[in-house]
Ligand binder design. Structure first.
Ligand code: UDP
Ligand code: MG
Length: 325
């Protein structure tokens, strides 16, 4: 029988954390009624993490090691786990024990008892990381992401989260998108709540990230906003911008044309260059929008693209409340 809960942990060079991780998760899960599996994804570790996982799994049937061929990054490692989940709830956390395994039952309990919530996101109220290099950038990122994607959370970056399974089936992570899981989940219809969780300093191993990721995150944020607003009509984004540029360009050129007709020279005017540039840029944007439309067409008509997600309900003869199917 399938376990009720699938816990997914991405692992990159966490050898010294694994025994404690696996056993503390097990202790936490035994303290609550739901059955579980732990999908431990080794993301091409250079240390002996993969070997250790296989050793641990030999005596722990609930541990499912997944060993990636090389280091693909945290998003891909999480996705590899998501592709394999069996439970009706999915929990994620980091391997470094910065998250508290004892908080897992808390999140699960919320999903079990509150049908109005599909995703519970951990909120590190008392975060144990460096203030300037880690907490400050992530505060700014939280603001930016909250405003840009319309999903207001205090703590996007907390790895400890719990979901109903259908949400996980609807999101697809790659690149740095694990930072935007709440936005992606919201896009897939999730009703999200935050619950304060504990947070500890790393005691073994080192962080894999530094301040250098800021630019990548900004680029991914642009992508996220674009995906959420314009995925179905790229022409509305690019084409709109193109028309805003080309229209004043055309007006400028028309004006210069009239000036020329009246017999004046227009050769040396900066306005001429501006007019030509605006028209050319505008046309380029419109063309980009049209190519975007073609891609959208191909995406949806090839059958792989999902245009919407919906929940279906049945009302059975017993007269009970409608239930989701
Ligand atoms: N991780 C991963 N692949 C990578 C980098 C990190 O699977 O390429 C894992 C890592 O082992 C940890 C989690 O992602 O379980 C978060 O990484 P880390 O703790 O280094 O990030 P931080 O907490 O410092 O943001
Ligand atoms: Mg960490």
């Amino acid at each position: 029988m399938s376990p009720a809960v699938s816990i997914v942990v991405p692992i990159y060079n966490e050898f010294d954390n694994l025994i404690a991780l696996v056993d503390r998760i097990d202790a936490a899960m035994r303290s609550q009624p739901l059955s579980y599996e732990l999908i431990a994804v080794d993301d091409g570790s250079k240390d002996d993490s993969a070997k250790r996982l296989l050793e641990l799994a030999a005596t722990r049937p609930w541990l499912r090691p997944v060993i990636l061929a090389r280091n693909y990054g945290q998003s891909s490692a999480l996705q590899a786990g998501f592709d394999r989940v069996q439970g009706r709830y999915v929990v994620t956390l980091d391997a470094d024990l910065q998250n508290e395994p004892d908080d897992i039952p808390l999140l699960l309990n919320r999903l079990e008892t509150d049908p109005s919530v599909d995703m519970v996101s951990g909120w590190r109220k008392d975060r144990q990381d460096a203030a300037i290099s880690r907490k400050l950038p992530s505060k700014i990122a939280n603001r930016l992401i909250s405003n840009a994607t319309g999903v207001q959370l205090h703590d996007y970056g907390c790895a400890l989260k719990a979901y109903r399974r259908h949400i996980i089936d609807r999101v697809h992570l790659y690149g740095e998108l694990h930072r935007f899981i709440p936005s992606l989940a919201r896009d897939a219809g999730a009703r999200i709540t935050e619950v304060p969780v504990r947070h500890h300093a790393r005691t073994a191993g080192v962080s894999k990230y530094g301040i250098d990721r800021t630019f990548r995150v900004i680029l991914d944020l642009i992508l996220m906003v674009f995906l959420m607003r314009y995925r179905q009509r790229p022409l509305h984004a690019f084409g709109g911008l193109g028309l805003w540029l080309a229209t004043p360009g055309f007006l400028i050129l028309a004006y210069l044309f009239i000036v020329k007709l009246m017999g004046e020279s227009i050769g040396g005017r900066p306005l001429l260059i501006i007019g030509v540039m605006l028209v050319l840029m505008g046309m380029t944007f419109v063309a980009a929008g049209l190519i975007g439309e073609l891609l959208t067409r191909i995406y949806y008509e090839s059958g792989g693209g999902r245009q919407y997600y919906a929940d279906d309900y049945v009302i059975d003869e017993t007269g009970d409340a409608p239930r989701m199917v």
